[in-house]
Design a protein around this ligand. Structure first.
Ligand SMILES: [Zn+2]
Length: 417
């Protein structure tokens, strides 16, 4: 899987993975109980560890009381700004993690009967759908947290974090994959790159007349606007986890992997600046591999080279990250026995590159996660045309009414089952 991977290839592989992941995740169910037991055993160490967590916010109380009353300090005009809010410790193992790809800005261009239409229809979400999703998550009392808010690394392994949120609130993690603005998407109604405007990450979008507009054309600026309006939708300023590959650069800057390009230096500087701005804005950056490879079926040498390429060409610009998001949800192994994961050569490659949080895909349950001595491993759920069209009932924990989210102007979404 090298440069120029076609969307057709992407879709074909995604379809294959859909079948594979069912098998992998069925096996995972067996170990999830074991992970839970382990979590219980480790919970005694929790209080001690919690004291090491930097306590800069009232959302992270200093005692381990199950429930307490604290003054919530939100800085805006929300009506909770001076009220006392009762907090409680959340069971982080129940936290759903949902993910998206680039959002469709112009349905007419995305769904224009070309070879990419089905892929967009299946695996993408429209801007309007995403905005409705945020509204419903907020109405249903979800609060954005980071993957790092769920489990924390200690000398004894990864243990559940003591996450305190207002009593009626529930944590959720959001991520976005392939924030690369691949060339195959050009002209199909998507943003083309991230830019910084007035210190904030925004997106460029090419209008019909060829002029370039800067605005909220993808998940990041839309989420920023939503959190600005509803600060209590974000815990400690957490936003989304943003995953990038490398074979076409990052954030829409395709020349950062070509030192011979006259744009190379300028684009490298832009990507550095964007990464800093995103992190300052509450985003977590993640690797999605360099070549969008299938980590399960790739041989060890391929994974090693891919990991080196990502670290050297992308990680060197966006900074270190400990989050790895598997392309196609294809985890390094379908052997999910609790002890074996971190004893595999592939794990060692990713671990040595600095990764500790590993995320695959499983939409068959609300949440799944597993911890080991050296890792956190979790499943994510795709919220896209395919899932909303064919599995709306399976999202009832997230949304009160998927029919109010789903964009009826989409073509009929293919059924992969
Ligand atoms: Zn991907």
């Amino acid at each position: 899987m090298e440069k120029g991977m076609s969307s057709k290839g992407l879709i074909g592989l995604l379809c294959t993975m859909g079948v594979m992941m069912v098998c992998i995740m069925s096996a995972m169910a067996v170990v999830s109980n074991k992970a839970d037991e382990s979590d219980t055993e480790k919970s005694n160490a929790q209080t001690e560890v919690q004291q090491n967590v930097q306590d800069t916010s009232i959302d992270k109380p200093q005692t381990d009381a199950q429930e307490q009353t604290l003054s919530q300090q939100t800085q805006t005009n929300e009506d909770i700004s001076t009220d006392n809010v009762r907090l409680e410790k959340k069971d982080v193992s129940k936290t759903p993690h949902i993910f998206f790809h680039s959002l469709i800005v112009d349905n007419d261009l995305a769904f224009d009967n070309d070879e990419d239409e089905d892929g967009y229809n299946l695996y993408m979400t429209t801007v309007g759908e995403f905005e409705a999703i945020l509204e419903q998550l907020y109405e249903n009392n979800y609060v954005l947290v980071s993957p790092h808010d769920l489990y924390i690394q200690t000398a004894d392994g990864f243990i559940p974090n003591e996450l305190m949120l207002p009593i009626q609130k529930k944590p959720i993690v959001i991520s976005q994959d392939d924030v690369n603005y691949y060339s195959y998407m050009t002209g199909d109604g998507f943003a083309t790159k991230i830019v910084i405007k007035n210190g904030k990450p925004m997106c460029e979008y090419v209008l019909e007349d060829g002029s370039v507009s800067v605005g909220a054309y993808d998940l990041i600026p839309i989420l920023d606007d939503f959190v600005a309006k509803h600060p209590d939708f974000s815990y400690n300023g957490a936003k989304a986890t943003i995953a990038v590959t490398g074979f076409e650069g990052a954030f829409g800057y395709h020349n950062i992997i070509d030192p011979d390009s006259p744009e190379y230096q300028k684009e490298c500087n832009a990507v550095r600046q964007i990464a800093e701005a995103l992190k300052a804005d509450g985003y977590v950056l993640a690797s999605h591999s360099y070549g969008h490879i299938q980590c399960g079926s790739a041989d060890v040498e391929t994974l090693q080279k891919d990991t080196n390429d990502w670290s050297e060409q992308i990680g060197s610009l966006i900074g270190k990250t400990d989050v790895f998001i598997y392309p196609y949800g294809d985890d390094i192994t379908s052997d999910v026995s609790f002890d074996s994961y971190e004893k595999t050569p592939k794990f060692e490659i990713l671990y040595n590159a600095g990764f500790r949080y590993f995320l695959n895909v499983d939409s068959s349950r609300s949440a799944w996660m597993q911890t080991g001595t050296r890792y956190f491993r979790g499943a994510r759920r795709n919220i896209d045309g395919y899932r909303m069209s064919h599995y709306p009932k399976e999202m009832s924990d997230l949304f009160s009414d998927v029919s109010l989210i789903f964009d009826d102007s989409r073509p009929k979404v293919p059924d992969l089952s």
